[in-house]
Design a protein around this ligand. Sequence first.
Ligand code: HEM
Length: 319
Amino acid sequence: MTRLIVLSVLVLLSSLRSCKGQLKVGFYNSSCPGAESIVKSAVARAFASNPAIAPQLLRLQFHDCIVDGCDGSILINLPNGQQENKAFGNQGLGGFNVIDEAKAQLESQCPGVVSCADIVALAARDSVVLTKGPFYAVETGRQDGFSSSISHASNLPGEDEPINALQNKFSAKGLSDKDLVLLSAAHTIGTTACFFMGVRLNNFEGTGRPDPSIAPAFLAKLQGICPDGGNVNVRLALDDGSQNVFDTHYLANILAGTAVLQSDAALLNNPTTRSLVEFYARSPKNFRKDFGLSMVNLGRLGVLTGSNGNIRRVCSTFN
Ligand code: HEM
């Protein structure tokens, strides 16, 4: 009899847990079977007319997840303009229209089922695949959050921060040095505005001089594109020579002194992160596999399930 009661309690507890909702691959398989392919088509259509959308969507997931978890808070627009996406470190973010487009189609097929936070995670993966990067299975089942605040995004990792600060900011979120290296390698695609190059090119660590780790010929090239006092909106490839293909060229650039962002070059300034850069640069197979694992780790940050969140009808506004 006692055993029967214990068993019933266990069954009840585990069913309560699954009611609350857990992340899992294929969460929408029965509730909205077309969910992943709808997102995939929306991303592919946008990519066909504008390939720059892929890096934008990949960056969008990082910026969603690193602030208050992967809760779609980055997508929200508030009447007072004080939402997360207006924070200083979120400048240059894009891809919102693709998320909105996918959401509109999902709402017409399966109203109220697929969260905006999940669309962001799926669209990032689809963007990696479209740029010839690895496919990885995306866990889904996130709920959308109820808040979005500019002040919560005031402490994003900065491009001019030293390696220990970057390590600390990642580890504060439960992301390892390995995640830091692998996720930074998302910079294998996309561009930066000259705006983010100013400190590195003109006043590295307050010296009034450029970062000495930049290879001399490359420094001249960077200064030509982003001259001191020039247009800060000019954009340049983050992975010089291979900005449209998701590959290990970015890692080779770091080792050659031809990284673009200071935070990428800084990965050489710590023995652990340095040996990870060296390892993945010579092992593209492991890079492809492990990048996917780190994206899964990123996608698990601060996830809301059950009644802690809801499914937004429109990704840019609360219901
Ligand atoms: C280590 C901390 C990081 C720093 C300091 C950093 C900084 C930056 C900066 C300054 C830009 C240029 C933004 C612009 O001008 O539009 C950028 C672009 C980008 N970041 Fe990061 N990032 C970091 C980590 C990540 C992570 C973890 C991911 C994704 C997993 C990511 C994905 C991207 C992508 C794909 C772009 C290109 C965006 C585009 O072409 O529009 N970054 N990042």
